[in-house]
Ligand binder design. Structure first.
Ligand code: ACO
Length: 326
């Protein structure tokens, strides 16, 4: 028998304020248009955090929903991992703040910095800790307030991002350990720091000084995205003796509809098997995958036993994929 990390529940939180592409021009004075944004990215609107809403308050809201759906109380959680590039503060970690908010006191709580790949990284670490027996019931959260770190004078980046949080509860379960079992089958994480400059935060809470704003060479990121994502998804499937035809759902990081559609095509999946939220949520970085999962589960799309591929690429560069049977 092998120990597996089973997805026992998922949840999401989106701030109340919705800003459409048209609002960006009207209210925020950005020289842009709905057609420019939709044609290049598929984004139609984004949610923006209210004053006082933080990565930890949104993450706690998503966590509460995931725990309720899993039927798990705070006392049972023995690991909290938060993926975020926009923590409330450098320390204490956003995970420690969320641990307190959900009434958990056992085990470890820490943050992971892997930008848009953060949720896949966090899933990988939680899965490894559960397999190793260091945790039995983990909360894995992605939560972001990019509206606070985008340069609102740079129309090439500020239109791309939104705020939100998503969470999953993972519980240890016993199984045969083959790919027919429910749970995380494997995770595949990569980084190549030589490309750090094409997507980074300039200064801020970091030690380099500067304004703390996001900088991106969009075309360069795009160039890396599809090749690296396709390779890591194939790596994940091959590691489990599975092929494209076994995939039921693709839940990709929601950065850009063109990248998402290209990945769906590579896998030979019909459009209805690719979960898309980028039109409504924009790019919520580490929160985008768990938010998309919660959205799809909430709509009754995903059922027990379905094979899901998660994939993401982001600052670092970091990229990765995870395979899970729901
Ligand atoms: N509205 C209107 N015009 C704009 C805007 C805007 N919001 N932003 C830029 N433009 C203009 C530029 O000024 C430029 O005008 P010019 O030709 O007169 O100089 C023109 O549009 C083209 O600009 P580019 O930056 O070359 O636009 P591009 O076609 O590369 O599209 C985009 C930009 C959408 C960011 C694209 O590069 C992309 O999708 N990159 C992928 C990266 C990505 O998705 N990043 C998300 C974060 S990273 C992640 O999550 C993985």
């Amino acid at each position: 028998m092998t120990t597996r990390a089973i997805i026992a529940g998922c949840g999401g939180y989106l701030p109340e304020r919705v800003v459409t592409n048209a609002d960006l021009g009207r209210e925020c004075g950005i020289e842009t248009s709905d057609s420019w944004i939709v044609e290049r990215t598929g984004i139609r609107q984004r949610h923006i955090a209210a004053v006082g809403e933080t990565a930890s308050s949104m993450g706690a809201a998503a966590a509460h929903q995931a725990m309720e759906r899993a039927g798990i109380g705070g006392g049972e959680i023995d690991l909290v991992i938060v993926a975020t590039a926009t923590p409330d503060s450098a320390f204490p970690s956003t995970a420690a703040r969320i641990q307190a908010a959900i009434g958990a006191t056992r085990g470890a709580a820490f943050d992971i910095a892997a930008a848009c790949t953060g949720f896949v990284y966090a899933l990988g670490v939680a899965d490894a800790m559960i397999r190793a027996g260091s945790a039995r019931c983990a909360l894995v959260i992605g939560t972001e307030t990019y509206s606070r770190i985008v340069d609102w004078t740079d129309r090439g980046t500020c239109v791309l991002f939104g705020d939100g949080a998503g969470a999953v509860v993972l519980t240890a379960g016993e199984g045969r350990g083959d790919s027919g079992d429910r749970g995380i089958l494997s995770t595949h994480l990569h980084a190549d720091g030589r490309h750090a400059d094409i997507l980074h935060i300039e200064g801020g809470a970091g030690s380099t000084g500067g304004p703390g704003l996001l900088r991106m060479a969009g075309k360069e990121v795009f160039r890396h995205a599809v090749a690296k994502l396709a390779a890591v998804v194939d790596e994940a499937l091959a590691a489990n003796g599975l092929g494209h035809a076994d995939v039921r759902w693709l839940i990709p990081h929601q950065a850009n509809l063109r990248i998402i559609e290209a990945m769906g095509k590579k896998l030979g999946l019909p459009a209805e098997r690719v979960v898309v939220t980028v039109d409504r949520h924009a790019n919520t970085s580490a929160a985008s995958i768990p938010l998309a999962l919660a959205d799809a589960v909430g709509r009754g799309l995903i059922t027990k036993g379905d094979l899901i591929v998660f994939e993401a690429i982001g600052g670092g560069l970091t990229w990765g994929a995870a395979l899970a049977r729901f």
